[in-house]
Design a protein around this ligand. Structure first.
Ligand code: ATP
Ligand code: MG
Length: 573
């Protein structure tokens, strides 16, 4: 029987669910009795913060375990002491938990297995299947050959078992400098698969490890540690990204030589997202070179950045579910991710009024000192979210963009002589405009129709425009940060200049900070991370930079759904 056909899993609005190729393989393994249950793991290397691509792997591994009544471990593949840090471990733990997954007491580290891995390496030496090589890293590269040329055997390849055992032991004891020797698996220098041309298992690195301290000065390579770590944990299905397909024969070889529990490795296409980069190395460059304010900058595709931006775990999980898994690489439009968060926030975000670029509006015929409260609904999508009272008075702020002195014919907002509806309050007509010396409009004067209370008139006359507003004396000050795509091009790697890299495509206008914004008083109690919809402006959330008396909001996403439009056009949703 061949491998099951590739199929991606989508949960459409229609509710059709088909199993993806990974789940089909698992079904078969359970049916044939290859495994009696399902045990997966998410194995990050703690050398950076997690990004949305990792979310795909997390949802897949934890999701599958949940569906099959199995288990999923969180394991740090911390084999490289030079790149790994405790800060990253903590952030990864926080992010996986935030996404909504639980590994119970199964938090592991590849470094927990260093003793076992060392013993297994000794076993391979004894079996004549590993040897100490004195070639330099550069020579090893040269001897490896290419895809079209077989490799050459190292002159040290046929050392005796005794000599290898002695040298390996002395490597471990710290007798040799970094880079002077390595332990290699003795497989096949002529293999068409380069990974099988005597891959390095151990290198000498005199460096402290974030967990094992100075105990070791030989460290296992990822290739030597990964499969064995899965085996030790009793993993049944080692799900990883496509670039490990070529490593599978090597992992299989190691496990077969050792004769230990043998997980099945299944590769899937990694998530690539338009207008951003998903590589910890590149994201680290953006952080270290100050292009962004940190790993949690709201423009970053990291989970910490998305969280700060206002993305919810539900939106991200839904996104991961919708993109499904496949065996071929493709780029997902970031508009789909934005669609998912919009969809989620539409259901849960309280509607409020905020004015980002305030323009004073005075209602000449409204009694001075009078305040009315209008009851407005918190979320038209969910009556259960109730209503709140919004104060209205003689002096208001409206959006500067909602006024034009000399508007085109089809302009339904404010202009001299035009009447509009103030959301939930009254109809007002602009009767005068005040300008400063520079000729800029600084204040509008209006009259209101007392008969239009609540936004309807007894004569039923129509106005097309409905504007948001806040009462000047009641409004709170706020800073609002608006974001655009981090990169100008859908493919940030697409650079014209020679020698340039993805950084050449950074969008210089990806952040716009607006100060002096005015928001309605109900936001006085807003807490960091709270979500809301500013009517007509988008979804926002409260940034951790907020302090007592200082509200800072991030715009999560605008209200305009470009994905919905695309999907409608191509008939796919
Ligand atoms: P990066 O290239 O960002 O450094 P990585 O693969 O080196 O990613 P790891 O910490 O090794 O990062 O990844 C942990 C797990 O997440 C691995 O199983 C990996 O296959 C998976 N993963 C990483 N990036 C993606 C992605 N873009 N899409 C799906 N899965 C991913
Ligand atoms: Mg990696």
């Amino acid at each position: 029987m061949g491998e099951p056909a590739e199929e991606s899993r989508r949960t459409d609005e229609g509710g059709t669910k088909s199993k993806d190729f990974i789940r089909q393989i698992i079904d078969k393994d359970l049916r044939t009795g290859r495994y009696n249950g399902v045990h997966t793991r998410f194995p990050p290397e703690p050398n950076g913060y997690l990004h949305i691509g990792h979310a795909k792997a997390i949802c897949l591994n934890f999701g599958i375990a949940e569906e099959y009544g199995g288990l999923c471990n969180l394991r740090f593949d911390d084999t490289n002491p030079l790149r790994e840090e405790e800060e990253y471990v903590q952030s990864i733990i926080e992010d996986v938990r935030w996404l909504g997954f639980d590994w119970e007491d199964r938090l592991f580290y590849a470094s927990d297995y260093f003793d076992q891995l060392y013993e297994w390496a000794v076993q391979l030496i004894k079996d004549g299947k590993a040897y100490v090589d004195d070639l330099s890293p550069e020579e090893i590269r040269q001897y490896r050959g290419t895809l079209t040329k077989p490799g050459r055997e190292s002159p040290y390849r046929n050392r005796s078992v005794e000599e290898n055992l002695d040298l390996f032991e002395r490597m471990r004891r710290g007798e040799f400098p970094d880079g002077s020797r390595v332990l290699r698996a003795k497989i096949d220098m002529a293999s068409p698969n380069l990974n099988l041309r005597d891959p390095v298992m151990y290198r000498i690195i005199h460096a402290s490890h974030h967990r094992t301290g100075d105990k070791w000065c030989v460290y296992p390579t990822y290739d030597w540690a990964h499969g064995q770590s899965d085996s030790i944990e009793g993993i049944t299905h080692s799900i990883c990204t496509l670039e490990f397909e070529g490593h599978r024969p090597l992992y299989d070889w190691f496990l077969d030589q050792l004769g230990v529990h043998h997980p099945r490795q299944i590769e899937f296409a990694r998530l690539e997202l338009s207008h951003t980069v998903l590589s910890k190395r590149k994201l680290r460059l953006l952080v270290e070179d100050g292009y962004v304010s940190g790993w949690d900058d709201p423009r970053m595709p990291t989970l910490a950045g998305l969280r700060r931006r206002g993305y919810t775990p539900e939106a991200i999980r839904n996104f991961c579910n919708r993109i499904g898994v496949a065996k071929t690489n493709s780029v997902i439009d970031v508009a789909l991710l934005e669609h998912c968060v919009r969809d989620d926030l539409n259901k849960r975000a309280q509607r409020v009024m905020a004015v980002l670029r305030p323009l004073r509006l005075v209602i000449d015929n409204y009694p001075e000192g009078q305040v009315e409260e209008f009851e407005v609904e918190n979320n038209p999508e969910d009556p259960g979210m109730g209503t709140r009272k919004v104060p209205f008075s003689r002096v208001l702020y409206v959006e500067r963009d909602d006024f034009m002195e000399d508007p085109p014919r089809r302009w339904f907002r404010l202009a001299p002589g035009r009447e509009v509806r103030l959301k939930g309050a009254y109809y007002v007509t602009c009767v005068d405009v005040v300008k400063n010396e520079a000729g800029e409009v600084v204040e509008l004067h209006c009259t209101y129709d007392p008969e239009s209370r609540g936004g309807v008139t007894p004569d039923g006359r129509k106005v097309r425009g409905t504007l948001h507003w806040v009462s000047a004396e009641h409004a709170l000050d706020a800073e609002v940060r608006l974001y655009d795509r981090l990169f100008l091009k859908a493919d940030p790697e697409d650079v014209d200049e020679e020698g340039a890299d993805f950084r050449a495509n950074l969008n210089p206008n990806s952040l716009e900070v607006l100060t002096g914004c005015k928001v309605e008083p109900s936001l006085a109690d807003a807490k960091v991370g709270d979500h809301c919809q500013f009517l007509r402006l988008g979804y926002f959330c409260v940034d951790p930079d907020s302090a007592k008396g200082k509200l800072v909001f991030n715009r999560t996403v605008t209200l305009r759904d470009t994905w919905g439009k695309i999907a409608k056009r191509v008939g796919a949703r």
